[in-house]
Design a protein around this ligand. Structure first.
Ligand code: ZN
Length: 335
């Protein structure tokens, strides 16, 4: 009877020594960056994700019931996590990680900080970014639409600044729901990320998807949000920027008509404008763009996310959302 507890104690103390040695070794290999009391786990310790350039990944952190804040760091971008609540399932947090269309292929670390009052935990995931095959698009446009004169260049610069300012402060509330909609019933051109050669000169890659549809076709917002900015810009023409919260923005360009104002609250499927060919456009189409915590991603990758009805954000949304919006199809206006 006496020998057993002694043996257990000895075993524990041997285990303690091994653990201490391991921790000391680990902290010398992986310098402590965030929290002095716990050594960070080795890179990728908590799991692995992979995706192509321009893709959106759904990252899950399970079982952190008491967390006050969960946020991720990936490359130089901050990813706010939101609470996942599904009846009968353990509580967890989700984050939408956008891989920018120009992120270099390779393996990067996603660090997730789980804060609980004074305490904090650090999780480490590996994210393998793989190459997407983007097409090369040759365009011939009137010279004045490609090469800006001094006046137009100054206007373009001011417009860039206006957009930057408007999108600088992310809405802290998660406004979107789990169903995302295609904004226009039209033909996808599949040119997201394509390298554009205009009048023989390579330009910035195409940072959205173009959907061709006749002039006047209804354009709906993909999800709930706030209209952050409406513009009439030299390249994007008449455009609408919708803030869906937590650093998630969608853009709708080349509209013939805008039907919303800055600051308007919009619901998924709400008609916010009409297809046009304003700005730099070769014909009527909707340019649909998505920016996710600064990453330019393929808008269609948000439609493919495995988000299901019943997903809400109890921690970040002020009012519960008991009835998810049903998937709606936007009926195009016939010519
Ligand atoms: Zn476009």
């Amino acid at each position: 009877m006496m020998t057993e507890p002694t043996q257990t104690r000895m075993r524990i103390s041997r285990l303690d020594r091994t653990l201490i040695t391991a921790i000391v070794l680990l902290s010398s290999v992986f310098p402590v960056e965030l929290f002095s009391n716990t050594p960070p786990p080795p890179m990728g310790f908590d799991g692995q994700y992979s995706g192509k350039q321009g893709q959106v990944l759904l990252v899950k952190v399970k079982g952190e019931e008491q967390a006050t804040e969960v946020k991720g760091k990936f490359l130089s971008r901050t990813i706010p996590f939101f609470r996942e609540f599904r009846p009968g399932e353990p509580v967890g947090y989700l984050g939408l990680l956008g891989i920018d269309m120009q992120d270099e292929p390779g393996t990067y670390e996603l660090v997730v900080e789980v804060n609980q009052g004074e305490q904090a935990k650090r999780l480490s995931f590996n994210v393998l970014v793989t190459k997407e095959k983007f097409s090369v698009e040759h365009l011939t446009l009137p010279k004045d639409k490609v090469d800006l004169d001094e006046k137009a260049a100054a206007r373009w610069k001011a417009e860039q600044e206006q957009v930057k300012q408007a999108l600088a402060e992310d809405s802290r509330l998660k406004l979107w729901r789990s169903n995302f909609l295609e904004p226009v019933n039209g033909k996808r051109t599949g040119i997201f990320g394509s390298v554009r050669v205009m009048n023989g000169k390579p330009r910035n890659p195409h940072n959205g998807e173009d959907i061709s549809a006749p002039i006047g076709t209804d354009v709906a917002t993909t999800n709930d949000g706030v209209v952050r900015l409406t513009v009439d810009h030299v390249f994007s023409g008449r455009g609408v920027f919708v803030d869906h919260g937590l650093g998630f923005y969608t853009m709708y360009f080349h509209l013939s008509e805008i039907l919303v104002k800055d600051g308007d609250l919009v619901k998924a499927g709400q008609i916010i404008g009409k297809v046009g060919a304003t700005g730099r456009a070769t014909g009527p189409h909707l340019h649909w763009g998505v920016k996710l915590n600064g990453a330019r991603v393929n808008p269609y990758s948000i439609l493919d996310l495995p988000l299901k009805n019943g997903l809400t954000s109890a921690a970040t949304i002020s009012t519960p959302d008991p009835e998810p919006t049903p998937v709606q199809k936007v009926v195009p206006v016939k010519e």
